[in-house]
Every structure is written in C-alpha cells, then in structure tokens.
Ligand binder design. Sequence first.
Ligand code: NAP
Length: 302
Amino acid sequence: MNTGKPRKGEKSMNTTVTVLGLGQMGSALARAFLAAGHTTTVWNRSAAKAGALVAEGAVRAESVREAVTASEVVVVCVTTYDDAHAVLGPVADALAGRTLVNLTSGSPEQARERAAWAAAHGADYLDGAIMTTPPGIGSSAFMLLCSGSPTAFAAHRDTLAALAAPVDLGADPALASLYDTALLGLMWASLSGWLHGAALTGSEEVPATRFTEVATRWMNAVGGFMTTYAPQIDAGRYPGDDATLDIHLATMDHLVHASEARGLDTGLPKLLRDVTARAVAAGHGRDGYAALIELVRAGGRA
Ligand SMILES: NC(=O)c1ccc[n+]([C@@H]2O[C@H](COP(=O)([O-])OP(=O)(O)OC[C@H]3O[C@@H](n4cnc5c(N)ncnc54)[C@H](OP(=O)(O)O)[C@@H]3O)[C@@H](O)[C@H]2O)c1
C-alpha cells in the first residue's frame, strides 16, 4: 500500500505530491509536478476541474482524506486561509508525518497561526508565495518564496523547484507572506507609475509600446538606485550625495504640472510630491531619497 510516506533514508527523485485546490493556480501547480515526473494526486471541491489533470496523468482523490494520505507533500492552494482550513481542518489527524505546503495567499499572522496548527498535528509546515501568474509556473525565471520548517525546505526544495525557483526566507513561517505583501506593493506602485507615464507620453501620440521600451531600461536604473540606497536605510543615514530631496521635489512639480496640463489624473503625482514636501518641511531637504522611509516608519508624520 502506498502510504505516501517515504521509507527511512529513502531519497527518491519521484516525490508523491498532492494538490488541493485546482483553480487557475492549483491546476498549473499540479501540471508542473506532473511534468517533472512526480506522482501527483489532485482534489478539488468542484470535482469536474480534476478531469483534465487526470487525463494528463494525475491521480484523482475522491475525498480530502484520500488526497492527504496519498502523498508525503501536501500542497494547498485555495482562495483564502480560511478556505484552506475548511478543507484541511476535518482531516488534521491525517497530516501527521507529512509536509504541508500552503501556497494560498494570506497575511503573515495567518501563516504563523497555520504553522502552529500544523505543528500541533504533527506536520512539517512551509508557507509559500508564488511570484508569478499560472503561465509562469514551471519556469525557474520566477520565484517561489518559502518560509517555515528548515527540514521541510531541505527535504523538498528539489520537488518545489518544479514550480519555480525556491527562495528560502528562513524559519519564521510569516516571512513568505510578509515578502509577498511587500513585493506586491512594489509591483503596484511601479505599474501605476508606468501607467501614468504611458498616459503622459500617450497624450503626445507616443504608443505605449514605444514608451515601454524606454521605461524598462529605466527600471534597470531604478533597481540600481535601490541597491545604492538599501545600505543607507540599514545605517539610518541618507546622504544626499547623488540627488537631494529638494531637487526631487522640484522635479515632482513638473510631473504634477505636465499631468494637469493634459487633463490626467494627478492623484499619484500629488501623492509623491506631498510626501516629499512634508519630508523637506521637516528638514530632510538636503538628504537623499531614501530619507522618505522615516515618514513611512512614523506613520506618515515627518
Ligand atoms: N492566479 C494567480 O496569478 C495567483 C498568483 C499568486 C498567488 N495566487 C494565489 O493562489 C490562490 C488560488 O488562486 P487562483 O488564481 O487559483 O484562484 P481560483 O482560480 O479562483 O481558484 C480558487 C480555488 O479555491 C477553491 N476554493 C475556494 N474556496 C474553497 C472552499 N471553501 N473549500 C474548498 N475549496 C475552495 C476553488 O474551488 P472550486 O473550484 O470548487 O470553486 C478553486 O479550486 C489564491 O490564494 C491566490 O491569491 C494566485
């Protein structure tokens, strides 16, 4: 009988993996495990969604309990942590001795709570954040952020590499969600800035594709600024030796005015300018851009 548990000392290339939740992301995960040659058991609340994967070689589980007991690694990817708990709560006893990998999006606090719950039921727990959309699954160009049990990560790193490049963030299970939230914030801020730029240049008939050729090159430079400023943040000193906040503030005025003159939404430009103006008013005018983190940390107060 296949208990889904590895025999002692066994290190197999073929890991038994279960995927619970076959929405857009869960289906992509199951497909990537299959493509990597892992024995993949699947379960979904709406059973019909398993059909295509079964045709591709996955094993259909008729119940959550059957799905959990089939594999050494149990991946759950449903809408919310509450949904994941609704699925796994009734079969908690079946998790003992297995590794639960939670790829459902949630908050850092929820991740810590789930890790404690899993430990109380004898399971190793990894929390993960998938830093791509379903079409990117299976490519090492994208990251799978992982945090939680170091033994689980060491044991299953290679298996998880079928999904994306695993990044070990450490033993605190909250860290994957924390990084995920921070990185999504970075993505939204960047994409909103890019959209504003596309609207601004588009107002003068520049196609978004042309603007984007230049914008993506600029993003490489912006990444370089981040690398320069990060040690300043760690040191708590922000020398304005490349560009001062006074200079940034004057340039932000141009963005506001150019946007106003073209009838564009000025919400984002004014937000950037107002935050910088508050920092300058508080005496940071001769500091560099990274000094703005002081306002962020102080709840927006300079
Ligand atoms: N899509 C992305 O690009 C992406 C990227 C990174 C992370 N994620 C995360 O991955 C997770 C899944 O996203 P998705 O895009 O796959 O969403 P989705 O296509 O809407 O699928 C949601 C899945 O959750 C299941 N589900 C929801 N509530 C449930 C419950 N109470 N009990 C049992 N199953 C339940 C659904 O089952 P039914 O089929 O029965 O409704 C379905 O399998 C989310 O946490 C999302 O934030 C998604």
